[in-house]
Ligand binder design. Structure first.
Ligand code: HPA
Ligand SMILES: [Zn+2]
Length: 349
């Protein structure tokens, strides 16, 4: 076990904020703040169903995943041009860098845009250009993960993959998101097998609202390398052992879980149980513009709500975020050393 210096409890919130970390579960369309939705609506002449930023924000009262998705897809309707995708991703990367996120693996939902007549090229080029500029100007590295919408068919996922192939060098992997219940991972068995042949990295949302069986099939049928959310795994002891033994990371999103009522209170979140079971759990923001917080808000609020979480858990979460990332091992290790350095600094009198 890595020896950590003793950290005074009152220093923990500042350390959570300052420690270097990776974000592995962020939907870029979920970083679209209401102000930017209105800005882009004006710029593009798109009519919104809400008369003001405040009215839109008032509509962010969700009861479950689907009630959120309906508003999230409506918000994304203002994105039309390459520059819109650039501006959205740049704003997120700037915000993440302020939270000492040194690396982000960013989901995007091309079908939400191509279904409205937006070209795949505008989507991927805009996001990729922001990622390149942010590496140069903000010192934050990032990569893109293309998500298939699971409420649509596997045939449509195949068509989307085909459309994205000219840009194969600009995304590192594929994921699976949108309405979980009734759309089990195995619905996408063939398209994930094809993506695996293409050398793409594989992840999938599973066990957010859906049962442990969906996590099993994401692992055994889709052969994913990480599970997004996965908090329902605690209901299946054999699954918990499998996740721990194979070091399959869970990209947990506490404020999302709170806002979508996966847990009634943050104090009832199972993050500590996941860590104590030896799982490679990480903390992430999911859709920060909709769920009331970016990376550090998630960390600080979750630690405040769960007093059992201590400095070792903070270190473990950041360490896990690097271990679970898709960057080269030497880069990961350098970040993990910087992480330890930030703990040593916080321990100084
Ligand atoms: O939390 C989520 N779950 C499923 N699909 C999503 N698309 C954006 N956010 C989410
Ligand atoms: Zn998500």
């Amino acid at each position: 076990m890595t020896a950590l210096p003793p950290i005074a409890a009152e220093r923990l919130p500042a350390l959570l904020a300052a420690m270097p970390k990776a974000e592995l579960h962020i939907h870029i369309e979920g970083s679209l703040e209401p102000e930017m939705i209105f800005q882009l609506a004006n710029r593009n002449g798109v009519e919104l169903a809400y008369e003001s930023v405040e009215a839109l924000r008032r509509a962010y009262a969700f009861t479950d995943l689907q009630s959120f998705l309906d508003i999230y897809y409506a918000g994304a309707s203002v994105l039309l041009h390459e520059q819109d995708f650039y501006d959205m991703a740049w704003a997120y990367l700037e915000r993440a860098a302020r939270d000492h996120v040194v690396h982000a693996e960013i989901f995007f939902d091309p079908q939400t845009h191509t279904a409205r007549g937006v070209g795949m090229e505008a989507v991927i080029r805009g996001l990729h250009r922001a990622s390149q500029d942010a590496r140069e100007r903000l010192g934050i590295s990032s990569a893109l993960i293309l998500c298939f919408l699971r409420h649509l068919s596997e045939e449509e996922a195949f068509a989307t993959l085909e459309e994205a192939m000219p840009f194969r060098g600009q995304f590192i992997g594929v994921g699976l998101d949108s309405s979980e219940l009734g759309h089990p991972p195995e619905k996408f068995a063939r398209v994930f097998a094809r993506c695996r042949e293409l050398g793409l990295r594989l992840v999938a949302h599973a066990g957010e609202e859906g049962p442990p069986a969906y996590i099993w099939s994401a692992l055994d049928v889709l052969k994913v390398e990480r599970i997004d959310h996965g908090v329902q795994a605690v209901h299946d002891a054999a699954l918990m052992r499998r996740l721990a033994e194979d070091r399959i990371a869970l990209t947990v999103c506490p404020l999302s879980n709170l806002k979508l009522r996966v847990f009634p209170e943050l104090a009832q979140h199972n993050l500590k149980a996941l860590l104590d079971a030896g799982l490679v759990a990480t903390v992430n923001s999911d859709d920060p513009a909709y769920f009331g917080g970016y990376m550090n808000d998630n960390l600080v609020q979750t630690f405040a709500a769960l007093p059992q979480l201590d400095a070792r858990d903070a270190w473990q979460l950041a360490h896990n975020s690097f271990e679970a990332s898709f960057v080269a091992p030497d880069v990961r290790r350098a970040w993990q050393e910087r992480l330890l350095g930030s703990f040593e600094e916080a321990a100084r009198p």
